[in-house]
Design a protein around this ligand. Sequence first.
Ligand SMILES: C[S@@+](CC[C@H](N)C(=O)[O-])C[C@H]1O[C@@H](n2cnc3c(N)ncnc32)[C@H](O)[C@@H]1O
Length: 240
Amino acid sequence: MPEGNAAPPAEVRAMFDRISPVYDLMNQLISGFQEPRWRRRAVREARLGPGMAALDVACGTGKVAAALARAVGPSGRVVGLDFAPGMIDRAQRERTAAPGLSFVVGDALSLPFEDGAFDASTIAFGMRNLPDYARGFAEMSRVVRPGGRVVCLEISRPRSALGRAIQRWFDWIVPVIGRAAGQGDAYAYLVASTRGYPGPERIAAIMREVGLEDVRWTPLSGGIVTLHAGTKPTGWTRPA
Ligand SMILES: C[S@@+](CC[C@H](N)C(=O)[O-])C[C@H]1O[C@@H](n2cnc3c(N)ncnc32)[C@H](O)[C@@H]1O
């Protein structure tokens, strides 16, 4: 049994499809309007420059992909991938202004791209939804070039007193906001999926197990969110 989210992927996809119209607004409320800052940090860790190529996995409505597109400029290329067509539909409608930015429906566990096709791959608040974390990281590693970056931004269980206080608020407010928006089940899932997600040391270990090097992690906002990043070495081979 792989280490990953136990919820059936078809149910997860249907749930994200259903909440796609309210997703951006809910995210801002739930994060206390912190999410733009977290996303900027993730994009910085991708170490992109003009003309480079990047992939954002589990892109949702495309916020990180749009920020990556700004980092690579008009001569660069960014693809956002998500398995929920409702999310891709919103991304396509709302973020098509940037040249070189496109969105595609696809599965994070079987990315439809050649080995080494990108300079960096990112995933924001998507990894905890995958049924196999190692395979998710292995696929993100496979599609970046040697020397390229793999970046993961995800909700985590904080250890500091301040972080734990924020976490209690989060655990309480998320289902309340979810019910108010008529999406109680979906936001109860959000809380449950964060509880099952491994701590930062284990995520870093999985990243090393799939062959990434120079793996570092940084707690943000008291540790309610953690940013992991690693580099694909020369001679990387896909784990068996
Ligand atoms: C919490 S949302 C995050 C969206 C976006 N990255 C953001 O930062 O707002 C999680 C996303 O992961 C997507 N997802 C979950 N499992 C996936 C999979 N196996 N392949 C592709 N996308 C997946 C969902 O459809 C959803 O859009």
